[in-house]
Ligand binder design. Structure first.
Ligand SMILES: [Zn+2]
Length: 226
């Protein structure tokens, strides 16, 4: 989406990013209105596409802040040479490369010494460090108000929400949640969504990619296509 807007200029792209990556609805609407004033045609285009397709705050499922490459495009770029093969041989090429990727990632996950994936651990560390100086108020065991730069954010550790919305959308405690967790003396890693844990990553790459049965290949298959 961003690349489609490049011809409108850098300033508009910057505003688009502020709209797309906004966590809170108020921030989204404020920046989207600014974009509309600057370039009504771009605003109409983005609106027609559907805000839920490109805006974090409007996403219908819980999004992730981590960008991943498109698996289909990765497969195609690796196996351009195999497109001319008969269908069974082509399927075996796809199967083999997915198996190879699974194996590589499984080995790399085994090497992770900590509880969380590397990017998650780094993001959480930043949140813990920036949250350790915030003032936390609250009289219950799970509801707190956290002060940051003259703004107050309500944190609910029971329902796993924070008013800044980062915790709900990312699945990783924001600085306010980290401050509240510190107050009650719990472990921040226990509040990270399960899919960011090393055990989940390990489970993702465990399944065996089964071979296509009884396949007669026209020629031996190698990774470099020779
Ligand atoms: Zn927060």
């Amino acid at each position: 989406m961003q690349k489609n807007l490049v011809h409108y200029g850098k300033h508009l792209v910057a505003i688009f990013k502020s709209v797309a990556y906004a966590y809170r609805s108020e921030e989204f609407h404020r920046n989207f209105t600014a974009l509309q004033v600057l370039k009504p045609t771009a605003h109409r285009h983005l609106f027609d596409v559907g805000e839920h397709r490109w805006a974090r705050s409007k996403c219908l499922v819980r999004p992730s802040s981590f960008m991943t490459s498109n698996a289909a495009e990765s497969l195609n770029s690796h196996l351009l040479w195999a497109r001319c093969l008969p269908i069974c041989s082509l399927l075996e090429c796809y199967r083999s490369i997915v198996e190879k990727w699974f194996d590589e990632r499984h080995v790399s996950v085994i090497g992770i010494s900590h509880q969380l994936t590397e990017k998650t651990a780094l993001k959480l560390q930043v949140a813990v460090e920036t949250g350790c100086h915030l003032i936390v108020c609250g009289t219950t065991t799970h509801m707190f108000t956290v002060e940051q730069e003259n703004k107050s954010y309500v944190v609910d550790l029971q329902n796993l929400t924070c008013e800044c919305k980062e915790f709900e959308l990312d699945g990783i405690p924001c600085r306010h949640v980290c401050a509240a967790i510190r107050r009650v003396g719990l472990q921040v890693t226990d509040f990270v969504a399960k899919y960011f844990h090393q055990s989940s990553l390990m489970g993702t790459y465990l399944p065996h990619i089964r071979i296509v049965p009884h396949t007669l290949f026209d020629r031996p298959i190698s990774w470099d296509g020779k």
